[in-house]
Every structure is written in structure tokens, then in C-alpha cells.
Design a protein around this ligand. Structure first.
Ligand code: NAG
Ligand code: NAG
Ligand code: NAG
Ligand code: NAG
Ligand code: NAG
Ligand code: NAG
Ligand code: NAG
Ligand code: NAG
Length: 387
């Protein structure tokens, strides 16, 4: 007994002194975990049988992989937290960071929350064989990852990027933490229609089966799904927390405003979503939304699509408390105001926490993975306590 605990202690001490347990090296059987003690269950939620004539049989499709984590001593907070990934990478990224520090799942588990991690429908552990419905595309290349997420300061596509300091490592190919991050990138479907419909359905099925009003924390393009779930089942959602929401109204914006087709492209015909949500007065086709471009498009502050006045309202989405959180040196600091303005115009009250305004500097797009990820988790916990 004493002998084995001596070995463990020695191993951990040696690891700290020679850095052999940093990043992916921690996979070594000689390394100890920095995770909390927790219990885990997994489930597949939602979906249905679909007949595939090519196989003369049915497959099960549109389901969502869900992992439930609770600290070993039991949860003490009432309202659970559901973590929704963007798809770049999978839900596994909530567990720990590319340099193998503690992730947000561990943080909230440790604080006493029941935490659910999902893989969004059709990707990762929720992958599909329905080729006609879920064609796949690359989620991120080295260039996209370096320029938009991990090292924008090297090309300065927008003025705020000079302040980006929070990514662990140098943020380019060859750096072990960057390589670990890239290795976790998974393909995404290019069919936003099927993905939105299946996430709307499986997402609300999950919330209803959880059985207690939950907080949803989403990242980037993952913010599309709590928008749809807020429309479909608002009474099951305690709060909608969006880390750099990627469902910018009517367009995708990356990096540089001055380069059409590089800097922006049309997206989401229904504003925040590609598929229909309930507007008041109602619409039957998203082409009925009338829009106007507002603001001067500059690299540091992008122009936005708004509705023409009087704007149709989003009555279901307005029922759910909403907060967006944006890093000071991320591309999103140049355009998240578009999402906030669109929601407000449609009658949705919002909080918007710009991390730079509360003294948290240097963050890029991956708030939950960067060096100060647990400081930002604390900001979210504070918002939860106040809402
Ligand atoms: C570094 O730590 C590992 C794991 O504890 C150990 O096996 C190895 O001998 C150490 N290497 C050096 C050079 O100290
Ligand atoms: C739950 O436990 C955490 C950590 O042990 C503590 O900080 C928190 O205040 C507790 N929450 C409640 C509601 O008691
Ligand atoms: C951004 O636009 C400027 C001015 O047109 C150009 O010099 C720069 O190369 C562009 N950067 C990217 C990343 O496209
Ligand atoms: C960089 O950060 C500093 C300190 O917060 C700030 O004063 C400055 O305006 C930032 N630069 C840009 C271009 O955003
Ligand atoms: C980042 O680190 C890797 C590995 O040391 C190196 O190959 C690469 O050139 C570095 N990139 C920059 C921009 O310094
Ligand atoms: C996308 O998904 C929708 C809904 O499942 C389906 O009707 C459509 O055929 C799909 N389109 C493509 C291009 O796969
Ligand atoms: C919606 O309107 C557009 C533009 O008028 C049209 O092309 C499209 O077929 C309509 N969609 C449906 C489902 O009616
Ligand atoms: C950024 O542009 C929006 C319009 O898109 C405008 O309302 C806002 O005041 C601008 N912000 C800054 C800091 O210039």
C-alpha cells in the first residue's frame, strides 16, 4: 500500500519537474490526470429509423451522442448545464484543452453542476450514413485555424488581432498544442437544413428528458442550436449562454471585410438560422424577411444586416435569458454586435459581455480552450448565479 502510493507520488513529481506529462504526453501510463473525480454515463438521444433502400433495411439516424458527468461526491446545483460544440472540434473539446489543462466540463462538474456534453447530430460520435442528407465537408484547415483561431496576430486581418495573446503555444503548425488541436478537428455536414432540423428535435428531446430547466452553453456555430431550441422548447431552458455566437444574421464573417467572398458570404436565410423559426407577424418562407445593411463596413467594426422597420419579433426566443461573450482580440469583437442588435430589434433582451470591458484581455475565438479558460468559466458561472 505505502509502496504503491510512493510510486505515484514520485511519478507526479518527476512529471512536473521534467514536463514529460504536458499536452498529449500525458497519455503516458506514467502520468497522473489533473481531472476531478467524476462519474460518467453516455446515451444516444432523439433520432429515428430511416429506411435505406441501398441496404434493404433501416438505419437509425438524426440521434445525438450525449455524455452525462457528475462529480463523484454528487451534484449540489439544481439546474444542469448542457455544452454544445460548434462541430470544430467535437464535444470532446469541453473535457480538456489541447495542452491538457482542465476544461469547462471539469470546471462546472467540480462546482457541483450536472454537465451534459453532446456531439451535434451527424458528426463525430453522432455520425451518419445518410449520404444524401448529410454530405460532409472539411471543418477547418491549418490556414483557417491559424488565421481565425490560434494565431490571427501573425497576419492582422483586423486591428484588434494584435492583442491576441491567450492561445497556448505559438498557434501554428508544428507547435505541439496546435497539432493536438488540429488533430481533434472533425468533418462537418454541409447540409445546414438537415443539421438544424435534427438538432432542434434531438436538442429539445434531450432537455425534456433531463427534466429540469437547463442552462445551455454553446460555442461559435453551435449557437445556432440553442437558438432553434429556444424557439421550439423555451420553457425547458433556464439560460442561453453563447461563446462568440457564430449565427451572425444573414452572413458569415471571417477576418477581413475588404475581401468579398473571403471576408463574408451569405448564410442563414432566416436571420439567425437557415430553417424557419417563429416570427411575429408570422412568415412561411424566410425570403419574406426584409433586410437592410446598417453601419460602415470596416475591418475593426463590421456592418450588419437588420430587418427593415417595423421588425418582426421572435416571441419564443425572447422567453429565454440570453448572453453572448466575446474575446477582446477575436474576429468576433468586430461583428458580434450584429447578432446582439438583431436580437434586440426582434424583441429579445440580451446581455453582452465583452471580456475586454471587464479587464480580461487577449482572447481569440476559442474562449473555453485558451490559457485563461477557467477565468472565463468563472464569468459564466457568475452570470448563471445572477440569472
Ligand atoms: C521524466 O518523467 C518521466 C515520468 O515520470 C520519467 O519516466 C522519466 O524518467 C523522467 N525523465 C527525466 C529525464 O527525468
Ligand atoms: C456546491 O458546491 C460548490 C463546491 O463544492 C460550492 O462552491 C457551491 O456553493 C455549492 N452550491 C450550492 C448551491 O450549495
Ligand atoms: C485584409 O485587407 C487588407 C487591405 O485590403 C489586405 O492588405 C490584407 O492582406 C487582408 N488580409 C487578409 C487576411 O485577407
Ligand atoms: C489592445 O489592447 C489595449 C489594452 O486593452 C487597448 O488599449 C487597445 O485599444 C487594443 N488595441 C486594439 C487595436 O484593439
Ligand atoms: C511554432 O513552433 C513550431 C515548433 O517549434 C515551429 O515549427 C514554428 O515555426 C513556430 N511558428 C512560429 C510562427 O514561430
Ligand atoms: C438537406 O437536408 C434536407 C432535409 O433533410 C433534405 O431534404 C435535402 O435533400 C438535403 N440536401 C442536400 C443537398 O443534401
Ligand atoms: C421561398 O422563397 C424563395 C424565393 O422566393 C423560393 O425560391 C423558395 O422556393 C421558397 N421556398 C419554399 C419552401 O416555398
Ligand atoms: C460598429 O458598427 C455598428 C453598426 O454596424 C454601430 O452601431 C456601432 O456603433 C459601431 N461601433 C463602433 C465601436 O464603432
Amino acid at each position: 500500500m505505502h509502496w504503491s502510493s510512493l510510486i505515484l507520488t514520485f511519478g507526479a513529481a518527476a512529471a512536473v519537474s521534467n514536463h514529460s506529462c504536458i499536452g498529449t504526453k500525458a497519455v503516458s501510463a506514467n502520468c497522473q490526470s489533473s481531472e476531478n473525480a467524476m462519474v460518467r454515463d453516455f446515451f444516444y438521444i432523439g433520432g429515428e429509423y430511416v429506411y435505406e433502400s441501398a441496404y434493404s433495411s433501416s438505419i437509425y439516424s438524426d440521434q445525438m451522442y450525449v455524455e452525462k458527468l457528475v462529480r463523484a461526491t454528487g451534484a449540489n446545483e439544481t439546474n444542469p448545464i448542457v455544452l454544445i460544440n460548434a462541430g470544430v472540434p467535437s464535444g470532446a473539446a469541453w473535457l480538456n484543452t489541447p495542452d491538457n489543462r482542465k476544461g469547462w466540463a471539469s470546471y462546472f462538474v467540480e462546482k457541483g453542476y450536472i454537465v451534459y456534453i453532446v456531439d451535434i447530430t451527424s458528426v463525430a460520435r453522432s455520425s451518419q450514413e445518410q449520404i444524401a442528407i448529410y454530405p460532409m465537408k472539411i471543418a477547418s484547415t491549418v490556414t483557417i485555424t491559424e488565421d481565425d483561431y490560434t494565431a490571427p496576430q501573425l497576419i492582422d486581418p483586423y486591428p484588434q488581432s494584435v492583442n491576441h495573446t491567450q492561445w497556448p503555444g505559438n498557434g501554428t503548425q508544428g507547435d505541439p498544442y496546435f497539432d493536438a488541436f488540429m488533430a481533434a478537428m472533425i468533418p462537418l455536414t454541409s447540409n445546414t437544413t438537415s443539421q438544424e432540423l435534427s438538432m432542434r428535435s434531438a436538442g429539445c428531446t434531450l432537455l425534456s428528458m433531463i427534466g429540469i430547466e437547463s442552462y445551455i452553453i454553446s460555442h461559435s456555430a453551435g449557437a445556432t442550436y440553442p437558438t432553434l431550441m429556444s424557439d421550439q422548447c423555451p420553457d425547458l431552458i433556464k439560460g442561453n449562454i453563447n461563446l462568440e455566437p457564430g449565427n451572425t444574421p444573414f452572413q458569415n464573417l471571417v477576418g477581413n471585410s475588404t475581401v468579398p467572398a473571403v471576408g463574408y458570404s451569405a448564410a442563414r436565410a432566416c436571420g439567425l438560422t437557415a430553417t424557419l423559426v417563429e416570427y411575429d407577424p408570422p412568415i412561411t418562407n424566410c425570403s419574406q424577411l426584409e433586410t437592410v445593411v446598417v453601419g460602415v463596413d470596416t475591418p475593426g467594426n463590421r456592418s450588419c444586416y437588420m430587418q427593415t422597420s417595423p421588425a418582426r419579433q421572435l416571441p419564443n426566443i425572447a422567453k429565454v435569458p440570453y448572453v453572448a461573450i466575446t474575446g477582446a482580440a477575436s474576429p468576433h469583437i468586430t461583428y458580434d454586435h450584429c447578432t446582439i442588435a438583431y436580437l434586440n430589434q426582434a424583441g429579445v433582451a440580451t446581455d453582452w459581455i465583452k471580456l475586454g470591458d471587464i479587464g480580461i484581455e487577449g482572447n481569440g475565438h476559442f474562449l473555453y480552450l485558451e490559457k485563461n479558460n477557467l477565468v472565463i468559466a468563472g464569468v459564466v458561472k457568475q452570470w448563471i448565479k445572477e440569472n
